[in-house]
Ligand binder design. Structure first.
Ligand code: TYM
Length: 328
């Protein structure tokens, strides 16, 4: 039996190169080796207010992005979170064994709740429990994510272990898969921060659907550190970030890339980087645009049917172990 992977992204904002390099690229690379589940987590999206019309559209658009990145619906199960009611049900069960203290420690809650627990939504607080439910429902072995999700993964592991201890072996305890390079792509404008969908400054992120002109402008405007050489150096996060993007886009190693740009300045490097990103995203964007809504809906429906069988089996086991029985 193949081991399982599960991962997902939120249908909010626009997906950017960080999402692709930190997560989607690895999903594609791993999908054949594992039994794979990739979810569009629309219930996570409503932890912050969403326009219903936009959310509906973005849910389908995210399926386009998954397919354009190379997820193969014949190989991977691709589905929408809200199609499987068990995600919300298991969240309730797990929230009963989660501790306020451990959720309060989640850095994403602190960031997104802006440290104001009086006003922050409860959904933002329990967000990682829903994420744990996503993962544990499918008896997941490996969860490929970027570095910002590491703490949430630790919570999922803790909740699985706690449940197994209290009720007997029920859940596989998942391991994170965080790539050694690309797990934390930084903002082009503020390299102390990650590239983010919710950044107020759109120049900080290269979105996967940006046109060539926009990409070139954003890279030209990207901040650089003092110094002139194109070299990877942890003390120079801005240039190291750009070099990492170049390496991951072109497949040239960091050493080869440094050798290639030796004796050339930032201007030359940025022009070549922009070209590499534009070249990479061109076929990606063409593919994303090639799916009709009907095709996407068919894929997502078939995915939900497969996912539901496994989710039901896990939840039934959870309820049986806990003594939760109904009359019908
Ligand atoms: P989301 O939608 O914010 O991001 C999707 C994936 O992209 C990764 N990522 C990055 N990687 C590298 N550099 C960056 N700057 C960068 N920004 C984002 C994220 O780590 C993520 O892997 N909570 C999750 C969605 C989720 C999930 C799950 C993931 C819900 N349930 C179960 C795995 C398993 C999130 O908000 O991802």
């Amino acid at each position: 039996m193949k081991k399982r992977i599960f991962s997902g992204a939120q249908p909010t904002g626009q997906l950017h190169l960080g999402n692709y390099l930190g997560a989607l690229k690895n999903w594609v690379a791993l999908q054949n080796e594992y039994e794979s589940f990739f979810c569009i987590v629309n219930l996570h999206a409503i932890t912050l207010p969403q326009d219903p019309q936009v959310l509906r559209q973005k849910t389908l658009d995210l399926a386009r992005i998954y397919l354009a990145a190379g997820l193969d619906p014949e190989v991977s199960t691709i589905f929408i979170q809200s199609d499987i009611a068990e995600h919300a049900e298991l969240t309730w069960v797990l929230s009963c064994s989660s501790r306020m203290g451990e959720l309060e420690r989640m850095t994403q809650f602190k960031d997104k709740g802006k440290g104001n627990s009086e006003r922050a939504g409860v959904g933002l607080f329990t967000y990682p429990v829903l994420m744990a439910a996503d993962i544990l429902l499918y008896q997941t072995h490996l969860v490929p994510v970027g570095k910002d999700q590491k703490q949430h993964l630790e919570l999922a592991r803790d909740l699985a272990e706690r449940f197994n201890r209290d009720f007997g072996r029920t859940f596989v305890v998942p391991d994170p898969f965080i790539p050694p390079v690309g797990a934390n792509i930084l903002s082009l404008q503020e390299p102390a921060k990650k590239m983010s969908k919710s950044d107020e400054n759109p120049n900080g992120a290269i979105f996967l659907l940006d046109d060539p002109d926009t990409i070139t402008k954003k890279i030209k405007r990207a901040v650089t550190d003092s110094g002139t050489t194109v070299e990877y150096d942890e003390a120079r996060p801005a240039i190291s970030n750009l070099l990492t993007i170049y390496h991951l886009m072109t497949g040239r190693t960091i050493e080869e890339s440094q050798a290639h740009f030796e004796g050339r300045g930032y201007g030359h490097f940025k022009a070549e980087l922009a070209e590499a990103v534009v070249e990479f995203l061109k076929p990606f964007q063409e593919k994303a645009q090639s799916y009709t809504d009907d095709e996407l809906n068919r894929i997502l429906k078939a995915g939900a049917e497969k996912a539901r069988v496994i989710a039901r089996e896990t939840l039934r086991d959870v309820y049986a172990k806990m003594g939760i029985v109904g009359a019908v």
